[in-house]
Design a protein around this ligand. Sequence first.
Ligand code: AMP
Ligand code: MG
Length: 346
Amino acid sequence: METKVWIVDNSNDLSLSYPQIAQAAALLMKNEVVAFPTETVYGLGANARSDEAVGKIYKAKGRPSDNPLIVHIATKEQLYEIAADVPEYVEKLIDVLWPGPITFVLPKRTGLSDRVTAGLNTVAVRMPDHPLALALIKEADLPIAAPSANLSGKPSPTRAAHVFDDLDGRIAGILDGGATGVGVESTVLDCTQRFPVILRPGGVTKEQLEELVGKVEVDQALIDEGHTPKSPGMKYTHYAPKAPLTIIDGSLSFFQEVIDSAKSEGKKVGVLATAEQAESYQADVVFICGSRRDMQSVAAGLYEVLRKFDEADVDCIYSESFTSEGVGQAVMNRLLKAAGHRIVKE
Ligand code: AMP
Ligand code: MG
């Protein structure tokens, strides 16, 4: 299959019609899969009402079929078409946070492909905060199922080039709208209980949610590894670079001892560093991922840096450790998964 690439400048007025968007939407309407930018990462979209279309997403990504997809919408009316029993607290959150990096899990209505929800009776819904994504969904006039547009297990794509590297020849097209902003995926919130429960930390923080609606719970599996996560996708290894990654929690001199010990075994060592500390490390490759003073900048750079280590062909990667507050919770969640939970404390 030839993968078409359409480049669109986001700064254009996308309420006007663009042939690139019209072509991409036409393919979605024909049950083909198309990648598009959102404010979190690139998504791989398909008609959520069609088994055939949704099947193509799983096939292109090599995604396990028991891992349900988030349905992306462009208007609030679409929410009521696909989900039922929307609690009042969700209405409140939507008013402030949509479009944005938060996904609500709600009882589903009929009409969606069962493959979207992997047989569950709930559906995950989100309105992305990206002009191109919204224009595309409106033009196709369909609910669009869209997981991250990477091969399953690889870091999520934050640029069209990452999508191309993973999926060229496997999908119908890619809408290239430049780099994404948030860099980690949406927060997934279970809204089928009395109080909302965070199933996956993401772009909207627990602190933000609590400020808006009071009590917010966190899935036990995020606190204690022994629990089975309620969000099926959370049980899979994700985001992993080729070389083993270890998080180092300690002083700079301890960090350097760890590097030196790997070097003495003849290994090519990579370090995931923040701008403040990058110059302190004597390693083969040091990649800077944001600034410690701004966790959002770390989130925005994380997946791209993990991909860069693959290109640099290192034997092992050591990463700085981060605070679990604010968007740091999502960053540490993704890093721990990428590291298979290997963390070395001083
Ligand atoms: P991705 O699309 O790769 O960003 O992953 C979507 C995440 O949402 C995965 O962790 C899924 O398991 C989760 N998810 C999607 N639908 C549901 C649902 N109905 N209930 C719980 N989690 C869901
Ligand atoms: Mg993903």
